[in-house]
Design a protein around this ligand. Structure first.
Ligand SMILES: [Zn+2]
Length: 54
């Protein structure tokens, strides 16, 4: 699973899965870098929820 700092390989909606304090879904585009938690800058892991067309 992708984590903060890795490059996105698949465009889509991702959910933070290991950070219950700030659960979020973000939209990512292939080639972008996965960000840290938007609230506290913690390193987090993501799970692809829904792939988008590109
Ligand atoms: Zn956080």
């Amino acid at each position: 699973m992708p984590t903060t700092g890795e490059t996105c390989q698949t465009s889509g909606v991702y959910r933070v899965i290991n950070h219950i304090q700030h659960p979020k879904e973000i939209t990512m585009v292939k080639g972008k870098t996965f960000p840290p938690c938007a609230e506290c800058q913690a390193k987090v892991a993501y799970q692809l929820v829904r792939q988008t067309e590109h």
